[in-house]
Design a protein around this ligand. Structure first.
Ligand code: NAP
Length: 302
């Protein structure tokens, strides 16, 4: 049985590939740049060219595949053909495990793209509907499915890596903002369990880290992991808005509006999404901490 892993070079996908290979499975990894991907993936993994934006690449990636780990993609022409999911089913795929997001489980926040919504609700509406589109395509496909919905990823801290390497400091507003950040290895473990066993069919698993970890906690943990003093310079939201504004990097005013709103909403209590026991229920072990994540990624910050 061959499993196709899409998003195979990503934070979570790389771990899914490794988990499947470790379980003795035949794995095909899809990438837009198979040569670069092959250099980053375990030996023995078949790497194929595939691009969600280019339907002509799909049949070759999907031929002979029975199970798919499905990265959240946007169908380039939803009305015009079977889409990636339909093409996969036509090719013989019988099970999808969807890389989704906790936002998919939120109540309706309003319609995506509705400029009248406040920034946080607009962002959550966009996230919810984008991920639900992929989930719905799989639910409607007739194949078996499981949705794996990560909370905010600890890997978001990698955005600080250049600055920490260069200056040993992070500049950010709301040092007390935090959420129960989830280690990509935990998300991948749940995904691998759903690919390999029948225990998760028709389930939607929101996977969180063990506890809220504030931005100040994250910076301290990264400092400990690299064995250096890493500081957090607190900015006002307005200073952050000026420093971070960079439309070429996608940091336009709309993005900054919701980013700052997410941080502001994550100061009180347990943050935007309280920790849950999904990972422990599925694996029998507590989720990995942010300390562990920082140790696993120390090389990214040195
Ligand atoms: N940020 C969060 O806190 C959070 C929380 C919950 C869920 N999520 C979801 O998780 C995703 C990020 O996951 P991650 O960190 O594991 O990924 P990542 O490290 O950002 O990697 C992105 C992956 O997507 C692949 N990809 C991008 N465009 C593609 C295309 N057109 N066709 C085929 N493959 C394409 C890339 O493959 P190649 O470059 O090799 O082609 C790469 O493997 C987000 O997009 C979001 O939807 C994020």
């Amino acid at each position: 049985m061959t499993t196709l892993v899409t998003g195979a070079t990503g934070n979570i996908g790389r771990r899914v590939v490794a988990g499947l290979v470790g379980a003795g499975q035949r794995v095909r990894a899809m990438s837009r740049d198979p040569r670069a991907a092959a250099a980053r993936l375990p030996a023995g993994v078949e790497v194929v060219h595939g691009d969600f934006d280019r339907p002509e690449t799909w049949p070759a990636a999907l031929g002979g595949v029975e199970r798919v780990y499905l990265f959240p993609f946007v169908d380039p022409a939803p009305a015009a053909g079977p889409g990636f999911v339909g093409t996969a089913v036509e090719a013989g795929v019988r099970r999808f495990v969807v890389h989704s997001a906790a936002a998919a489980a939120l109540d309706h926040q309003g319609d995506p793209g509705d400029a009248a919504l406040p920034p946080l609700r607009r962002h959550l509406a966009d996230e919810r509907e984008g991920h639900r589109d992929v989930e719905r395509a799989v639910e409607d496909s007739g194949a078996e499915w499981t949705h794996v919905r990560p909370a905010l990823l600890a890997a978001g801290a990698l955005d600080w890596s250049d600055r920490i390497r260069a200056t040993r400091a992070v500049r950010a507003p709301y040092p007390g903002a935090g959420n129960a950040l989830v280690h990509e290895a935990d998300v991948a473990e749940v995904a691998v369990a759903a690919l390999l066993t029948d225990d998760h069919l028709g389930a939607a698993h929101t996977v969180t880290g063990p506890a809220k970890v504030t931005q100040a906690d994250q910076v301290r943990a990264i400092g400990r992991a690299v064995g250096a003093d890493v500081g957090l310079v607190e900015l006002t939201p307005e200073q952050a808005r000026k420093e971070w504004h960079d439309p070429e990097l996608g940091m336009d005013h709309d993005t900054l509006d919701w980013l700052l709103a997410v941080l502001e909403a994550s100061v009180e209590g347990e943050g935007l999404l309280p920790p849950n026991d999904t990972f422990e229920r599925i694996t029998g072990r507590p989720p990995r901490t942010f300390e562990q994540w920082a140790r696993d990624h120390a090389g990214d910050f040195r």
